[in-house]
Design a protein around this ligand. Structure first.
Ligand SMILES: Nc1ncnc2c1ncn2[C@@H]1O[C@H](COP(=O)(O)OP(=O)(O)OP(=O)(O)O)[C@@H](O)[C@H]1O
Length: 323
């Protein structure tokens, strides 16, 4: 069974809004030959859901484990609720609840027993029965962990992260392996937890999850922050950015037709059966005009709102290209 990640005497959350509860500057961490985190800086504000997105191996888990004081950093400055986790580990343990990837409990323990056991580590824990109700687990409270569904196990691991009444909850790969309905239920639950005053740091590589849940987020690739902002800022919704899918007749590519060098085009990325072309407000007419001038009729043009996934793929592709 994993060691509980928090200990006694959590204070009730301070409800004052917006001030940073986590400040990370120039974080660096290497594991022997692998530099997992090159240079990561960010702030998490009280009461928000802050997302950390990135492809596999980007350094997301390493970053949050350092914030939760489960690993030492090699460099940089970290402040959690005003203190350096290395200097005051007890305070961070008291106030930060962590649900890490693949948290597994001993197979025969029931949800109720696990919550009671974890609650015993705190002076003022949340009532396990309240958590069971809040997470919709009361019907399954006496079921052995091994017999719970994936979604129920996930909800139990969130409950365990919340049992110490943390001010900050770190949720890592929250919905990996869940079916669509269980994912949606888990999202609703996370919003309820945030609404109850807990600041949430959400590690994910699901764009839909980030778009739906996060107030602000950062995209990490290869141990560096490659973009940060609200989902709307990142997708360019506030700047009138556009994207569309383009399929061309055999023998033509966007670069052979000079599409990628048009001033209106910011990015061309390959997608299944074609390319995603992104740019400013006038990107679509500019590309259609350029193709027409060369006598090329596109096989397909499909417009849609630029999603966080488009942005993510562009950013990660660009980072890989430059590294
Ligand atoms: N304990 C460790 N020892 C050695 N290398 C490690 C260790 N933990 C992580 N790494 C390496 O550090 C890099 C970053 O890993 P990390 O788990 O932080 O990334 P991540 O973004 O959370 O990835 P994922 O989405 O796959 O969980 C990877 O190359 C990984 O192999």
């Amino acid at each position: 069974m994993p060691t509980p990640t928090s200990t006694p005497t959590a204070a009730p959350p301070d409800q004052s809004d917006g001030d940073p509860v986590i400040r990370v500057q120039h974080l660096r961490k290497a594991y022997r030959q692998t530099v997992a985190v090159h240079d990561v800086s960010f702030e998490v504000r009280r009461g928000e859901i802050f997302g950390i997105l990135g492809p596999n191996g980007a350094g997301k888990t390493t970053t949050v484990e350092i914030v939760a004081n489960l690993r030492p950093a090699d460099g940089g400055r970290i402040e959690v609720l005003g203190v350096d986790p290395r200097r005051d580990p007890a305070r961070v343990k008291e106030r930060v609840g962590v649900q890490l990837q693949e948290s597994t409990l001993q197979g025969q323990i029931t949800a109720r027993e696990a919550l009671r056991l974890y609650a015993a580590f705190y002076a003022d824990p949340e009532d396990p029965e309240t958590l069971l109700r809040m997470l919709g687990l009361q019907e399954r409270a006496d079921t052995a962990f091994d017999d719970l569904s994936g979604g129920q196990k996930q909800r139990l691991s969130i409950a365990l992260a919340l049992v110490g009444r943390p001010e900050i909850a770190i949720l890592d790969e929250l919905t990996t392996g869940l079916d669509p309905q269980a994912r949606r239920e888990t999202w609703d639950l996370v919003e309820r937890v945030r609404d109850s005053g807990v600041t949430i740091v959400l590690v994910t590589h699901f764009m839909d999850e980030a778009e739906r849940l996060c107030d602000r987020l950062m995209v990490v690739a290869d141990g560096r922050v490659v973009a940060a902002g609200t989902p709307a800022e990142l997708t360019g919704a506030t700047r009138g950015a556009r994207a569309f899918r383009l399929a061309l007749p055999d023998g033509h590519t966007p670069s052979s037709l000079g599409v990628d060098t048009l001033p209106e085009v910011t990015e061309v990325t390959p997608t299944q059966g074609g390319w995603t072309v992104s740019g400013g407000h006038r990107v679509l007419p500019a590309v259609v005009r350029a193709l027409d001038e060369q006598g090329v009729v596109p096989d397909e043009i499909q417009t849609r709102t630029r999603s966080l996934e488009d942005v993510f793929v562009e950013l990660v592709t660009r980072t890989e290209r430059n590294s």
